[in-house]
Unconditional design. Structure first.
Length: 494
């Protein structure tokens, strides 16, 4: 058995229809349980993005959002969308939207849990699924399984997808050979990850908003040049999504499968990656960062992924094939599914500029995602080191992720995507099961936040008053606030 066939067999098992519908079902369930908080609190999400400041131990809400978006906005927003359309038809775009809308509620729950059960380790805030599985569920073995799977997924399996997309786009645009790209990425990555969490946060805060906004603006310009085709494209997406289109109707099952699969890969809602960065935020209430992280799902899929999809569909620069590999629609002959689609579309509309622009956008998208993967893996090593104290594990991770990046740069795209899908799928299975079992504290935090806001307060979190145990960081915060208040009262009395 070859490595390609082994990877394909594992993907077929992990990404069975059960996981596809579990992602949609859990998103719908949490949307109902939170009374569609992702809609009701939309304005609050935007306000909270700029609430709070960074400190020596943590980062600001906006920095945490940027770090999360660094992980969410990557090659999946360009190559992933192209792949979804190729194998699922235009209807896959609708199901990407659906998993983002419903998944925003899952993102709220997991990121709120990350804040509730976070810890302060070596002077820095750390949190994520491994922390809330151990503290909230009391299942240390399960927490260790998630931590190990996440280290392998983010430190070894996933970086190759991003690196491969960078190499492919730079080779198409500038003729740079993959080996040269691998060397450049290794040097840049080493500089960032050896600089610590604060350097990662500062880098993400500057690069992520710039790259995402720039990409969306150029996409809007391209769409505006063909605005007369937009209604037809929207109709095509909707008809294909429900199997009503004459040409793509037979792909309904594949549209759902690829739309959800690439949607989860892109926006990571429920996957368990988002809580790592959100736990680093210095906020006064866990629900604050939960709402901010829900908004990040919108930015990733409804904005950036949609920009790519509209560029491809409006210009007709895409291919579609059925489950057997037979061509149904060919808009770009001889171009493999991936960033080449988007580069070709942009170049046809903006000669001499489009190709290079997509290559640069993908470089920043994917490179920041690799950095985010490192932070996520490092956080899980910090979780493990609480018990076994093996500092060399962090150094090993640094070299492992650099090696994985170099390997993915020079390997085939199919193998890179296959390994990445395995990593995403394993994390999704483990994390979704955890947040379903541990939903009560997150829902209680949301209710508490809404109650305090209704009273005109800036919400503060007191876990014991809500019946939440093992939230040791917040218990310490409460003691600190009480002590400070007593000192102020004593001084005033004196």
């Amino acid at each position: 058995m070859t490595i390609d066939s082994l990877v394909n067999d594992l993907n077929a098992l992990i990404w069975s229809p059960a996981l596809i519908y579990l992602c949609l079902g859990v998103g719908l369930y949490f949307s109902v349980r939170t009374r569609f908080a992702q809609v009701r609190h939309f304005r609050e999400m935007i306000r909270l993005m700029f609430d709070g400041k960074s400190s020596d131990a943590g980062v600001s809400s906006f920095q945490a959002l940027a770090m999360t978006l660094a992980g969410r906005v990557g090659t999946g927003n360009i190559a992933g969308v192209a792949t979804a359309i190729t194998f699922g038809g235009p209807g896959a775009v609708f199901w990407m939207w659906m998993v983002a809308f419903l998944g925003a509620s899952s993102a709220f729950v997991e990121s709120t849990l990350g804040q509730i059960y976070k810890e302060k380790i070596d002077g820095q805030y750390r949190g994520g699924p491994a922390f809330y599985i151990e503290k909230g569920l009391g299942m240390k073995w399960y927490a260790w399984v998630f931590a190990v799977c996440t280290i392998v997924a983010c430190g070894v399996l996933l970086p190759g997808v991003q690196a491969n997309g960078i190499a492919s786009s730079l080779n198409t645009a500038l003729g740079i050979v993959p080996e040269a790209t691998a060397a450049i990425l290794a040097v840049l990555l080493g500089f960032i990850i050896f600089g610590g969490v604060q350097r990662i946060a500062r880098f993400a805060e500057i690069i992520v908003p710039f790259m995402a906004l720039g990409y969306i603006i150029v996409a809007c310009v391209l769409i505006a040049l063909h605005i007369d085709r937009l209604p037809d494209v929207l109709g095509l997406i909707l008809r294909s999504a429900v199997g009503a289109d004459a040409g793509f109707g037979a792909l309904l099952g594949l549209a759902i499968q690829w739309g959800v699969k690439r949607g989860v890969y892109s926006n990571e809602a429920g996957q368990g990656t988002g809580p790592h960065a959100s736990s680093a935020a210095a906020v006064t209430h866990p629900a604050k960062q939960g709402l901010v992280q829900a908004f990040s799902v919108y930015v990733d899929t409804l904005f950036v992924c949609s920009a790519t999809a509209f560029m491809l569909l409006i210009t007709g620069q895409y291919n579609v094939q059925d489950g057997a590999g037979k061509a149904i629609y060919t808009g770009i002959a001889g171009v493999a599914a991936g960033p080449g689609y988007v580069q070709t579309a942009m170049e046809n509309i903006m000669p001499g500029f489009g190709n290079l622009f997509v290559a640069l956008a993908l470089f920043f998208f994917a490179f920041t995602t690799i950095i985010a993967y490192y932070y996520i893996a490092e956080t899980n090593i910090a979780y493990i080191n609480r018990k076994i104290n093996r500092p060399w594990l962090t150094l090993l991770l640094k070299f492992a992720i650099m090696a994985s990046t170099v390997y993915g740069t020079v390997k085939t795209a199919e193998l890179a995507w296959g390994l990445g899908d395995i990593g995403v799928g394993l994390m999704a299975w483990l994390n979704i099961a955890a947040i379903l079992m541990l939903q009560k504290p997150a829902l209680a935090a949301l209710k508490d936040y809404e109650a305090q806001k209704a009273q005109g307060k800036d919400p503060l979190f007191h876990p014991q008053a809500l019946g939440i145990n093992n939230a040791h960081y917040w218990d310490g915060r409460r003691a600190e606030h009480t002590h400070t208040a007593e000192l102020k009262a004593a001084r005033k009395k004196a």
